[in-house]
Ligand binder design. Sequence first.
Ligand code: ADP
Length: 302
Amino acid sequence: MAVSHRLFRPATTTVKKTFSSFLIRSLSSSSSSSSGSSLDPKIDLEEAAAQLEKSSSTSPSPSPSPYKGRNFHWVFLGCPGVGKGTYASRLSSLLGVPHIATGDLVREELSSSGLLSSQLKELVNHGKLVPDEFIISLLSKRLQAGKEKGESGYILDGFPRTVTQAEILEGVTNIDLVINLKLREEALLAKCLGRRICSECGANYNVACIDIKGDDDSPRMYMPPLLPPPDCESKLISRADDTEEVVRERLRIYNKMTQPVEEFYKKRGKLLEFELPGGIPESWPRLLRALHLENDKQSAIA
Ligand code: ADP
């Protein structure tokens, strides 16, 4: 596809090199003139990294969370459909740190019109990753804006997704913990296909009812649908990249590009593997236990 040739360039092997020499020339040329996109025409990785570093420093949190001041820097990894957004968002309310999902940042950015936006949309809607430089620039801006509002710490969801992104992040901030959510492969596709979003309030639902029979190796897995309240029912939409063909491609890309990121953090002793046993009622308390958060009264109601 012409778009991917213009936007993708091979990842550099060292962070140093990346920092000193990476500018997005192809992005700047494709976003020139009156594209109407709010993207910077030139994205300087050094500047982006400096922003990341600044935004990871301690500052007072406005949240009433009992964990206030602990300044969590956590990352969620996991295949499409595993439920990163759901659990990251719950933990974010519990811990009083923002949940930052790069997929959401990308979708927000792509809702603007313009040539660059439509080229990137083409990538996302085909299940491909967008260029590292683009995503780092989006993330830096988001973290900087958060810092200005007094946010400290974060739970990242969907970043890093390549080893280059992980190296860059590791070079500018200290990630405390990486939670790798796992779910049986049969459930992932069904969960993506069943995902629905309220076009008005943005709430997430799932119409899939997953019931996988148990066998000698694994127990039965039941995940009931998460149905919308009447107010949202008539406003449900699906993501453009939640079609069977595109989900399969996203899974393929995850295995190729993001699985090495798991290894990256494992080697550094930061990876917590967590196999989801089923839906939220079973999984949430177990996840809290795995994170040593189970004794807190707030956890139970989060
Ligand atoms: P998924 O359900 O596949 O985890 P996300 O909502 O996290 O989906 O991301 C949607 C799309 O946004 C991805 O398929 C990819 O095109 C783009 N994207 C999100 N995060 C990144 C990232 N860190 N690097 C590159 N592309 C990303």
